[in-house]
Design a protein around this ligand. Structure first.
Ligand code: GTP
Ligand code: MG
Length: 433
């Protein structure tokens, strides 16, 4: 089963906490602070892996959590930073974060995108020493890692797309041209999902995709056509497979027009892709009819790179078709569109929180002053405000950030209750600490 969509949840590891510790030495009654820092939590990184073909693996596992950073210890021992958690995705995976509107395109093997950063480790008490604070009895806590739900979509990265109405003989051609073994049968909709095969040439390899399900209305959503058309977006050339002798007695010219209308209706440049026309099942019509049909199509559609008469049954025209593909498919393939961050060829992309700094003072319920904003929340997350010393340090930071002044302008008096990051405190900032 070919899977081209998945939802996953990623969470960076939490940072380890810094340690509160003091040196013990036989000859020193009370040594200085020596608490080490906590380690950074592991990032979760999506890695483009050329050996993968679809998103099937995510049916079994959809949660990816980075390991947490080690806690700091005494003797200035820092906590370990665990290895990055790598999540392999196939080339052609588009990653979207519905909430953040961020989008990554992983097209080349080896490309990486940081999906969730691990939390920073907390600093140990040694780091909080200064001229007035020689023996800090507090340290920072590690921060939680990022977490988010991501939607993965695979858009196949094939060089060539085989398109045509159901039963036109696309799968039969793919099977003859490549080692792919798609199901072939004498009824429409035999193939239910795109199938890839590799055409081996003397100098290059081409990935050919059999794109099934194209019917009238597909571009508007009929059947699975629209989804499958998305896979054609990244091909560089289309082979329109046209049945010379449809069993339903339909007119090849009308059938051709139907498929072309769907390609044009879908947009995304499909109608502009270079085209070859493969007239299929030539063994079912007299040879002169096939030759005449080919000549007519060349006249009718001068923009066609080539018209090839083929038969998957006898092998007629297959070498010509393969040679033509080797020659006509442009060397340079799909390049991801420039990303919003102007970092078009970023090999290493990172989700960034939208608003990283700043705070706001407002009146909450019962008139209590409240300070909100990521910077303040982070500060509070890092410190245990039950610890008197840590609380004084937090107050000092708030003063430096301008929060205390902003509170005073809003009518705050020392000793008033203030809600910080969801917790109400009696804030009594004395002199800077
Ligand atoms: N005689 C003859 N029959 C062919 C040839 N190519 C395909 N067929 C037959 O046509 C029918 C449809 O072929 P498929 O390759 O399954 O066609 P398809 O376009 O992949 O069809 P869907 O997967 O249903 O969209 C099958 O019965 C094939 O055996 C050919 O060159 N000669
Ligand atoms: Mg098929």
């Amino acid at each position: 089963m070919f899977t081209d969509r998945a939802k996953i949840f990623v969470q960076g590891g939490a940072g380890g906490s810094g340690a509160v510790s003091f040196r013990r030495e036989a000859h020193v009654p009370k040594g200085g602070p020596d608490g080490g820092d906590g380690g950074r939590g592991a990032d979760v990184v999506l890695v483009c892996d050329g050996s993968l073909r679809d998103l099937q693996a995510f049916r079994r596992r959809a949660h990816f959590k980075g390991a947490r950073g080690g806690h700091g210890e005494g003797g200035e021992r820092h906590g370990a930073s665990p290895a990055t958690l790598e999540v392999a995705v196939p080339p052609g995976t588009v990653v979207e974060d519905a909430a953040g509107g961020v989008r990554f395109d992983l097209t080349r093997p080896g490309q990486r995108a940081v999906a969730a950063e691990g939390g920073a480790g907390g600093r140990g008490n040694k780091r909080f020493t200064n001229s007035t604070r020689q023996a800090p009895r507090f340290a920072e806590k590690g921060l939680p890692g990022d977490e988010r739900s991501l939607e993965l979509r695979l858009k196949l990265l094939a060089d060539v797309g085989l398109v045509g109405l159901p039963n036109a003989g696309k799968s039969s051609l793919l099977a003859r041209l490549t080692r792919a073994a798609p199901k072939v049968a004498d009824y429409p909709f035999t193939t239910l999902e795109p199938v890839l095969g590799t055409l081996e040439g003397p100098e290059r390899q081409l990935v050919v995709a059999d794109i099934p399900g194209l019917i009238e209305g597909a571009s508007g959503g009929a059947g699975l056509g629209r989804e499958f058309l998305a896979h054609v977006e990244r091909t560089r050339l289309l082979v329109h497979v046209l049945d010379l002798a449809p069993v339903d007695g339909s007119d090849p010219a009308a059938n051709h027009a139907t498929v072309e209308a769907e390609l044009a209706g879908y947009g995304h440049g499909l109608a502009e892709l270079p085209r070859l026309l493969a007239l299929s099942k030539a063994d079912l019509v007299p040879a002169e009819d096939a030759v005449r049909a080919a000549a007519e199509w060349r006249d009718r559609r001068p923009e066609l790179l080539e018209v090839v008469v083929t038969s998957a049954a006898t092998g007629e025209g297959l070498d010509d078709l393969a040679r033509e593909l080797m020659r006509s498919v442009p060397e340079h393939g799909f390049e991801p569109a420039a990303a919003e961050d102007d970092d078009a060829i970023a090999e290493h992309k990172v989700y960034r929180p939208a608003d990283d700094a700043g705070y706001r003072v407002e009146r909450g319920e019962g008139g209590v002053l409240r300070v909100v904003g990521p910077a303040v929340e982070r500060l509070l997350a890092r410190h245990d405000v039950e610890n008197e010393e840590a609380l004084r340090y937090v107050e000092g930071r708030l003063r430096k950030m301008g929060v205390i002044r902003a509170l005073e302008q809003a009518g705050f008096k020392p000793g008033d209750d203030v809600e910080l990051a969801g917790t109400v405190f009696e804030l009594d900032p004395g002199a800077p600490f």
